[in-house]
Design a protein around this ligand. Structure first.
Ligand code: AQP
Length: 334
């Protein structure tokens, strides 16, 4: 089932406005959205309802939602191929979540690794944190999405989305497209610079953990030069024994699009200082033009409000149609 008269398939993805976007969000998600956007009809959401699953400051959440939308554009999202909007602006997301909740076994949610990790860090766990993947399933299947480009950490949630869509289709008749996950070859699992065994995460506040997309060049350089490595003094793609060096090489590979063989040849006989310098220059060169575009657009706050409104208006009919079909299947309307 193709989505439109043009025969192009639809892509859905999103990012939580739960902090400062980092190079993991860029290499795991946004860079690939931009690279492939012309092939599909794309729906790129700022998932503000998902951000509420852990405590947020309301004013900051509002501001970060706009910041993330501007960053999408600054990174190269083209509105000719993509709609950008805030999840909370289309009520069908919440409505379909309730319907899907009623067909999703509790045990499916309790075994999600992100839930277990995040719940362990909270003093009090809200129901929303457990229900996070059902809301994500609703986001995706509302738009008849065929593909979901995400980083490795979200793979389990997309698999759950497939299971929920299949279960609903089996119980109530063909209703939803069952989506496939798209994971990039490099950059799918960027680790913290301070601790290369942990995922780089926007909710971490540790200095030198993340490379934030809006960090100035000197901050980026400093964080990379201080990145944890090892004492083996060997440049190799060896995640088991050299997670810190592997992380830097992985970032470098994802940014430069070079092969592992090319990169190993480039760094042959060189030390970690040189590797870090090269990675820093590559990261700065990739982020600087994006930062310039971001700050230009940020001058006019009305601009992003308009983009979010137009984005929601453009895709709301798709979501409302699919919600209506689900409601009919369940006997809620004729
Ligand atoms: N470290 C990462 N490496 C590669 N991809 C990553 N993504 C996140 N971290 C990495 C990808 O970015 C997209 C948006 O993620 P999200 O905001 O929906 O939630 P998340 O995966 O929980 O991201 P964070 O940055 O760790 O946020 P917090 O700390 O708020 O939970 C997804 O495609 C994700 O795979």
């Amino acid at each position: 089932m193709n989505n439109t008269q043009t025969g192009k398939k639809r892509v859905f993805s999103g990012i939580q406005p739960s902090g400062n976007l980092h190079i993991g969000n860029y290499l795991g998600a946004i860079k690939n959205w931009v690279a492939e956007q012309h092939k599909y009809h794309n729906v790129f959401c700022i998932v503000d309802l998902h951000a509420l699953t852990v405590p947020q400051d309301p004013a900051e959440l509002y501001q970060k939602t706009r910041e993330v939308a501007l960053l999408y554009l600054a990174c190269g999202i083209d509105l000719e191929h993509c709609a950008i909007f805030a999840q909370s602006h289309i009520s069908a997301h919440s409505e379909l979540t309730w319907l899907l909740n009623c067909v999703t076994p509790l045990g499916w949610l309790e075994r999600m690794t992100q839930y277990k990790d995040k719940a362990a860090k909270q003093e009090s766990v809200g129901v929303g944190l457990l229900d996070y993947p059902v809301l994500m399933a609703a986001d995706i299947i509302l738009y008849d999405s065929h593909y979901v480009p995400v980083g490795e950490d979200q793979k389990q949630h997309v698999e759950l989305t497939r299971d929920i869509a299949i279960r609903f289709n089996n119980l109530y008749g063909e209703t939803f497209v069952v989506p496939d996950v798209l994971i990039p070859k490099a950059g799918a699992r960027v680790k913290g610079l301070d601790d290369p065994t942990a995922k780089m995460s926007k909710s971490s506040v540790t200095q030198g953990h993340a490379l934030r997309l809006l960090d100035p060049p000197d901050v980026l350089r400093k964080s990379i030069m201080r990145a944890t490595t090892d004492s083996l003094n060997r440049i190799a793609f060896d995640p088991e024994n050299q997670p810190g060096v592997y992380n830097l090489l992985n970032i470098y590979q994802a940014i430069t699009n070079k092969s592992q063989a090319e990169i190993l040849a480039e760094f042959e006989g060189k030390g970690y200082g040189n590797l870090k310098k090269q990675v820093a220059e590559a990261v700065i060169a990739a982020l600087e033009p994006m930062q310039t575009r971001y700050y230009e657009m940020a001058q006019d706050p009305a601009y992003i409000e308009q983009i979010l409104k137009e984005g929601a208006d453009r895709v709301r009919p798709i979501a409302e149609h699919r919600l209506r079909v689900a409601q009919e299947r369940l006997g809620l309307r004729k």
